[in-house]
Design a protein around this ligand. Structure first.
Ligand code: TMP
Length: 216
């Protein structure tokens, strides 16, 4: 069964769509495992706290990339590979592409260098399908600032518009380079429209790969 990832700037609507897709797949009788990055395991959740904590002002860019990769290595070993081996559909909120965009392009570490670290971390596990939720930086900023009434910005959210522009551009480049894996979604559209589009792509993937477990 497929390993599906969801990428994009914060506030692009990924979590709503992950929940809706999980519901649809479950209704088809499929076993679905939803997880997220950084985190998704005990070790990963501890790394997540470090990575997002605004008090961690001295984290070097390479350390940051390695900690994201470490959280991912644990998630792959403890959750994703076992779930795929059991025949589950795995839905993951962010994966390697996030590191390529946020650390490789955003922090200027280089996309290829970060890709190499992540090939090691994941032992080469790549998603079958990736949905890139594309929104302009201003839309992302606007949506997360509404959230921030409840909490302050995390360590990553404190970065500049220029940083997020580099991240968005890198995501778009990945989508262009790997059109068979990555579906770019115009994510400013209504959730119902996005939900239909995602569902059509997932059904198409399942039928192409002859995963006949789906009921009509
Ligand atoms: P989120 O759970 O709200 O998506 O927060 C995770 C934050 O971490 C988000 O701002 C994106 C960032 N991030 C990276 O910078 N690199 C990564 O590899 C991942 C997975 C997330």
């Amino acid at each position: 069964m497929p390993f599906i990832t969801f990428e994009g700037l914060d506030g692009a609507g990924k979590s709503t769509q992950i929940a809706r897709l999980a519901q649809r797949l479950t209704a088809q009788g499929l076993h679905v495992v939803c997880t997220r990055e950084p985190g998704g395991t005990d070790i990963g959740d501890r790394l997540r706290e470090l990575l997002l904590d605004p008090a961690q002002t001295r984290l070097a860019p390479r350390t940051e990339a390695l900690l994201y990769a470490a959280s991912r290595a644990q998630l792959v070993a403890e959750v994703i590979r076992p779930a795929l081996a059991e025949g589950a559909v795995v839905l993951c909120d962010r994966y390697v592409d996030a590191s390529l965009a946020y650390q490789g392009a955003g922090l200027g570490l280089g996309v290829e260098a970060v890709a190499a670290v992540n090939r090691f971390a994941t032992d080469g596990l790549t998603p079958d399908l990736t949905f890139l939720f594309d929104v302009p930086v201003a839309v992302s900023r606007d949506r997360i600032s509404r959230d921030m009434d409840k909490r302050g910005p995390d360590r990553i959210e404190r970065r500049s518009d220029e940083y997020f522009q580099r991240v968005r551009t890198a995501f778009l480049r990945i989508a262009e380079t790997e059109p068979d894996r990555v579906v770019r979604l115009e994510a400013s559209r209504p959730p119902e429209v996005l939900e239909q589009e995602i569902w059509a792509h997932v059904q198409n993937w399942l039928s192409k790969h002859d995963r006949g477990a789906m009921r009509e």
